[in-house]
Design a protein. Structure first.
Lengths: 116, 143
């Protein structure tokens, strides 16, 4: 019995050391240029920092406060195009977190400003 | 008499091990089912260990034709080839005809400035790529 247990423990150790339990996921990004139309208003969103401080229409919005962001998104309407521009010291994680929050707030047309 | 007693002790000891062995087998089965052995051959020795960003919007990672890596130091790799943002288009391995349908995965470290990730996105867009995704790990929303 003891050799069997030894083998099982060695197998267990091997799998613990080599496994990655959390499989990688992906977030699809839209790089197409927003096509302005008469029906859709375009709103520029300026991401100030990793905490999610935004400037929308010249006003500060705390995106970390999901209720506040929801209110803004609902106020602007569901068909609004949001174009996100980023401050120099914002990290990729900060940008992804904002995209998540915008999605959670039901903003469907969100693009990243690439032409600056 | 003494020998019989020893034999009984050994039997008891073996039977006491069975729950432990059961637990170990269960753990082994769990890890075999849930774990993915990392393909170390996909990594270039130069690429630093990445902490990809976490996201609540999690799609399972699709098959991709090209992987662009942005590591902590800001170095850019196309698959295993080190490059820089200025030579990005020249280093990109796909021909113009293949680019239209190509799927590109960006593996950027979470701490890399978003501006660097944006530069890569811009280069990919300028090359004509439309199917671009960013590698993430699952984050759980506070709800």
């Amino acid at each position: 019995m003891v050799p069997l247990i030894d083998i099982v423990f060695i197998l267990l150790l091997f799998f613990i050391l080599t496994k990655t339990v959390v499989a990688d996921k992906q977030l699809s990004l839209d790089t197409a240029k927003a096509q302005p139309s008469q029906q859709q208003e375009t709103v520029n969103v300026w991401l100030e920092n990793d905490d999610g401080l935004l400037v929308i229409d010249g006003l500060f919005v705390e995106s970390a406060d999901q209720d506040e962001l929801d209110w803004w998104i609902q106020n602007k309407g569901p068909n609004t195009n949001y174009v996100i521009d980023i401050q120099e010291d914002v990290s990729t994680q900060g940008l992804i977190t904002l995209l998540d929050r915008m999605k959670q707030a039901k903003a469907s047309n969100v693009t990243i400003e690439l032409d600056k | 008499m003494n020998l019989i007693q020893e034999h009984n002790t050994s039997n008891v000891s073996d039977s006491q091990m069975i729950p432990l062995i059961n637990v170990v087998f269960l753990m082994l089965a769990f890890i075999l089912i849930t774990g993915n052995i990392e393909k170390s051959s996909e990594k270039s020795p130069d690429i630093q260990e990445l902490a990809v960003p976490s996201s609540t919007s999690n799609l399972d990672q699709e098959r991709h034709d090209v992987t662009v890596t942005l590591d902590k130091s800001g170095s850019v790799y196309i698959d295993k080839t080190a490059t820089n943002i200025d030579d990005f288009a020249e280093t990109f391995p796909l021909s113009a005809s293949d680019i239209v349908e190509a799927q590109v995965l960006i593996r950027a470290d979470a701490s890399v400035p978003a501006h660097a990730t944006r530069e890569v996105l811009k280069k990919l867009r300028d090359l004509g790529l439309r199917r671009i995704s960013l590698a993430t790990v699952r984050a759980y929303s506070s709800d």
